[in-house]
Design a protein around this ligand. Structure first.
Ligand code: HEC
Length: 230
């Protein structure tokens, strides 16, 4: 597939949200909520912006991007605070979509896992300049987590440095695999993306490689922090 970069004359949806938000925040006395701030964005304007943001998407791909599945519908409707019954429903739905590697091994190769965890390509079928489809998908865990001592990471998620202290029992491997493959099967409306499966970023074997990165005693995640030279 040959993808020609094309400059997109329209703003994409997230930028429109940002602009709508800041314009509303400049007004006094200010909106009561995010929803109030975005009331001025009508459906047609939103769809036009979204469509222009995904110029290469087939209709099916576009539908996947703008239509919420049952989990996201509940999370959106409850501002990420589902009640107990809704949480149970989400967990059941998400657990059912987890697929395990064909060979049954939930732990793969940590060196490959480091590549997938650091990789930032894949998934962006939108924007003016689509990803090179020949590059493997990565997951950019470091956007939210500190994972490897000395390698920068974000703080939206907890630090995963030294994760391997939990060991590699079958229960820990399954918990880790499930959390990376489908975080919402464990924490229903977590902001952590669901990485595994059809239409998502990572294959089952890539998830197993990331499980190795987190749990293998040899992996850089589990090396002692180097102390700065005096
Ligand atoms: C958008 C931010 C974000 C990204 C990207 C992200 N995570 Fe998370 N992650 C979180 C948050 C927030 C939590 C805590 C809530 C939860 O458990 O989901 C979390 C929790 C976890 C946990 C459970 C922590 C524990 O102590 O049991 C693991 C394991 C994990 N993430 C691994 C990863 C890996 C591996 C990647 C990349 C494949 C990744 N995360 C990408 C936000 C993120």
């Amino acid at each position: 597939m040959n993808i020609k970069p094309k400059l997109n004359p329209l703003l994409h949806a997230s930028m429109l949200f940002a602009l709508a938000g800041s314009a509303a925040f400049a007004a006094e006395p200010g909106p009561a909520s995010w929803a109030d701030a975005n009331k001025s964005m009508d459906y047609d304007t939103f769809m036009q912006a979204a469509k222009s943001s995904f110029p290469y998407a087939t209709p099916e791909e576009f539908k996947l991007r703008v239509e919420n599945d049952p989990t996201l519908k509940t999370c959106n409707a409850t501002m990420d605070q589902p009640n107990a019954a809704q949480s149970a429903e989400i967990i059941k739905f998400e657990q059912a979509r987890i697929q395990y590697p064909k060979d049954g091994k939930m732990v793969g190769d940590w060196q490959q896992g480091e590549k997938w965890a650091k990789g930032t390509t894949g998934g962006r079928i939108g924007f003016a300049d689509a990803d090179n489809p020949n590059l493997p998908s990565g997951s950019n865990c470091f956007a939210c987590h500190v994972m490897i001592p000395g390698f920068p990471g974000g703080n939206m998620g907890p630090s995963l440095v030294g994760y391997g202290k939990r060991g590699q029992s079958p229960a820990i491997l399954k918990y880790t695999y499930d959390h990376v493959y489908d975080s919402k099967s464990i924490v229903p409306c977590t902001i952590m993306p669901r990485y595994g499966g059809q239409g998502h970023l990572l294959t089952a074997s890539q998830v197993a490689d990331i499980v190795a990165l987190l749990t293998d005693p040899q992996s850089p995640v589990n090396q002692p922090e180097k102390t700065a030279a005096k």
